[in-house]
Design a protein around this ligand. Structure first.
Ligand code: PLP
Length: 405
């Protein structure tokens, strides 16, 4: 690249950074810390809190979320992939990190050793690879063994548990730091899950009792995700692995009042155009909405490429100045349209809230997921990198006037 083009590129970048954002996610790290404290109170001193920060911290930004959760009392982090773990280490996070996904390649396990990330193993093959990598290193490589008790995803069959623990304990370059399993339907109410959670816990207990009998240490024992954590103290064991609740959302309505949680994400977008339309005007692709009166339509710069599900077309609402405005017509890749006929205060440059709280009104990821037959987890991690993640202070600069409501 020539000097001249480089200059013009950086000038452009500078210009772009001075312009106001069209849409952004505001992350309240104070809420993350408060949720971690609340969860810590709920689990008590004998149980550790693992902050699950996979998928870029459920869309909130993994590094800031991990720091906030650790400040609030979490003592470990959970990630899904090797690169997610490395990202936290590069940011200077020193807490134990467990990789929840399955790493099968020697190179991946070598990276775990290098970055001090604990891999999850589901069998002897990976344990032996770790033994080979770590032998002669002077300190053992920590890993955790996962057992399947009724999810049929990762993990060795639970019946294999005692034999595997015994074999891993024999490997002098490997340290079995933990033994865990994962619940398949802890968010269902106790009578709606056909006893599955109880059954999974019984199988996990069976393994733990066998190990105790044989005096085999298994490191920390854990079973609960957010739903398991909120469902029953009997599922807490030595550690709980919490994702959704850390971000302020309950995995099910009947678990919402167990411990106070505060949504950490607010989604904002800016009005880019106001259009006066007559009655009978078709709006957006396919004219899935037609005005029934002379209308004031507002075009907002956010769409499904940012993570607003297209299935919410004609079902979404946004908040502005404490008022709910309906979204109309098909949600498009980069834009959507509001019916602002009853909201004369909405102008070009106004900032609307798609998710979050404004005064007494609130729109949650669960409101969205209920309307488009998915789950709040998918809504949160659906927000794309095109949406900048801003702190509360940065967001205040984006919408100085609107902060008042
Ligand atoms: C993602 C994940 C969690 C966290 O689940 P939430 O329901 O978001 O709390 C816990 N454990 C494992 C193994 C996971 O993959």
């Amino acid at each position: 690249m020539t000097q001249a083009t480089e200059t013009s590129w950086s000038a452009q970048a500078h210009e772009a950074s001075l312009a106001r954002q069209r849409a952004w996610v505001e992350v309240n790290t104070g809420a993350i810390s408060a949720n971690a404290r609340s969860l810590k109170r709920c689990i008590g001193n004998g149980t550790e809190l693992m902050a699950v920060v996979k998928a870029d911290g459920y869309g909130h930004g993994s590094i800031s979320v991990a720091r906030a959760a650790l400040a609030g009392g979490a003592s470990q982090c959970g990630v899904a992939t090797l690169s997610e773990g490395i990202e936290l280490r590069r940011a200077g996070i020193e807490a134990p990190i467990l990789v929840l996904g399955n790493l099968t390649q020697v190179e991946e396990l070598r990276s775990c050793l290098h970055w001090q990330l604990m891999p999850t193993i589901s069998g002897m093959r990976e344990a032996l690879l770790c033994q080979n990598l770590a032998s002669g290193q002077g300190r053992p490589m920590a890993l955790q063994l996962k057992l399947d008790t009724g999810m049929a995803r990762l993990g060795a069959d639970w019946q294999e548990g005692p034999r595997l623990v015994a074999a891993i304990t024999e490997l002098e370059a490997v340290q079995l730091a933990g033994l865990y399993s994962h619940l398949a339907s802890a968010d269902a109410s106790a009578d709606a899950d056909d006893g599955l959670t109880d059954q999974q816990q019984r199988l996990f207990e069976t393994v733990l009792q066998a190990l105790e009998h044989q005096r085999l240490p298994a490191g920390i024992r854990h079973l609960a995700n957010s739903a398991g954590t909120l469902r029953s103290p009997a599922l807490h064991y030595d550690l709980v692995r919490v994702g959704l609740a850390l971000y302020g959302h309950s995995p099910a309505a009947h678990l919402a009042s167990v411990t106070p949680l505060q949504g950490a994400m607010t989604l904002h977008a800016r009005v880019s155009l106001i259009r006066e339309a007559g009655s009978g005007v078709g709006v957006s692709y396919g004219h899935r909405f037609r005005t029934s009166r002379p209308s004031r339509l507002a075009v907002v710069g956010i769409g499904y490429a940012d993570g607003v599900p297209r299935q919410l077309s004609n079902q979404l609402e946004v908040l502005f100045a404490g008022q709910r405005l309906p979204q109309v017509g098909a949600i498009t890749m980069d834009q959507l349209v509001l019916d602002a006929t009853d909201c004369p205060g909405l102008e070009v440059g106004s900032v609307v809230t798609l998710l979050g709280q404004e005064g007494s009104e609130q729109i949650t990821p669960t409101d969205w997921s209920d309307r488009c037959q998915t789950i709040p987890w998918e809504i949160l991690c659906g927000f794309k990198h095109r949406l900048p993640r801003l702190t509360a202070a940065q967001a205040a600069w984006e919408a100085p006037g609107d902060r008042a409501h």
